[in-house]
Ligand binder design. Structure first.
Ligand code: AQP
Length: 360
């Protein structure tokens, strides 16, 4: 029987045999990434994930998923879930993802995610899952009352990725631990069933001037969809007035703008706004610090508002346009799901054969 307690140690230096097939097509690998349709899609989701989705699409074979099965690990109003699913799909499209070249779909349309997740529930260890900080944060003091799905979430995430043998996953910094778990599950499955290299050891792609956008009300807390204060985040559908008001009210400190990067890093609220500016302007943070060193926050905030409105305005407007045409968005999701099912079927078949399940 396989070892039940230890997490295998991924060997990052080992060559990845899964990359060869992509290299032959001039690609660097296959990407899978997902966003939950839990409302209030924000600047953190955009800079940490969705903007990168579009930037990676010329170099990778991409699968972008609206992970509605993850969303219901916390209560979702069924009447809102479908609208929120279309909103996320619209954000992928508005950010520039080409839905005809790459796959955009929602998770529940491809049953293979749940089927593989069950196998992974039996591969992952309780000890590994108990160490997940996102579960601890979301469950808080209410651990006895949260859903079993919230605990098992990272095994479903591993299934999302490995159902397509994805080699790379673009995510924000907060998802790093879940990706390490995905690697552990892949390695343990390969070892337990003696199928070396069956699943790839997936690489995270975490890049950009800011990989963790913080709350506008508290520079030590992640910007998040579920923060009760709408002033803590810039939503992708906010109009110019809302963006301006939120940036004007963003928390700062009484000093003038930081003079150096080291000074900025000691002041979380200022550091966060500088990081947002750098990411939106596609500049190094150091250059932004130098440009505004010693100036008043009011001057910097006016420049940040102008930049944010210029960069986010067109995306928000395109999202609004797409959301008024649900038939079009649903067609893209259905077509993506059909292509995703075709990619997943032989991989799931192979998993079932490997595990010893009889075919129907
Ligand atoms: N603040 C952030 N900075 C950078 N990246 C972020 N992401 C989320 N928040 C930030 C990245 O967005 C992608 C989609 O995230 P998700 O839909 O899985 O939801 P989440 O991480 O749970 O997002 P929230 O906003 O924090 O939601 P709640 O409040 O429900 O927990 C991921 O790649 C994530 O890294």
């Amino acid at each position: 029987m396989p070892d039940a307690t230890t997490s295998p140690n991924p060997d990052a230096s080992a060559p990845n045999p899964h990359l060869a097939a992509y290299a032959a097509r001039g690609l660097k690998g296959r990407i899978f990434s997902g966003v939950q349709p839990t409302g209030n899609l924000h600047l953190g989701n955009y800079l940490g994930a969705i903007r990168n989705f579009a930037r990676l699409q010329n170099d990778y074979d991409c699968i972008y998923c609206v992970v509605d099965q993850h969303a219901i690990t916390l209560w979702q109003d069924p009447k809102e879930l479908s609208a929120q699913t279309r909103e996320i799909a619209s954000a992928f499209l508005a950010a520039g993802v080409d839905g005809s070249k790459h796959i955009i779909f929602n998770q529940s349309m491809v049953p293979g995610h749940a089927q593989l997740a069950w196998v992974f529930n039996c591969v992952a260890r309780m000890g590994w899952m108990s160490r997940m900080t996102q579960f601890k944060e979301k469950a808080g003091k209410d651990r006895e009352n949260v859903s079993l799905g919230l605990f098992a979430y990272p095994a479903l995430m591993a299934a999302d990725i490995l159902l397509y043998k994805a080699t790379h996953v673009p995510v924000g910094e907060d998802q790093k631990q879940h990706l390490e778990l995905t690697r552990d599950i892949a390695i343990k499955f390969n070892n337990d069933f003696a199928v070396p290299d069956f699943f790839p050891v997936t690489e995270p792609l975490i890049f950009g001037a800011t990989t963790r956008v913080m709350s506008l009300r508290d520079g030590t807390k992640k910007m998040s969809k579920s923060d009760p204060s709408d002033y803590s985040r810039i939503n992708l559908t906010d109009d110019a007035d809302a963006i301006a008001q939120k940036i004007r009210r963003a928390k700062t400190d009484p000093l003038p703008m930081p003079e150096t990067l080291e000074d900025a890093e000691k002041r979380p609220d200022a550091d966060n706004l500088l990081g947002i500016y750098a990411a939106l302007a596609d500049q190094e943070k150091e250059a932004v610090v130098a440009a505004f060193a010693g100036k008043q926050f009011s001057e910097f905030k006016a420049a940040l508002t102008e930049l944010a409105v210029a960069k986010l305005g067109p995306i928000g407007a395109e999202m609004q346009r797409l959301m008024k045409d649900p038939g079009h968005v649903d067609g893209i999701l259905r077509n993506g799901a059909e292509r995703a099912r075709a990619l997943a079927a032989p991989i799931l078949d192979e998993v079932y054969r490997t595990v010893g399940f009889l075919k129907p």
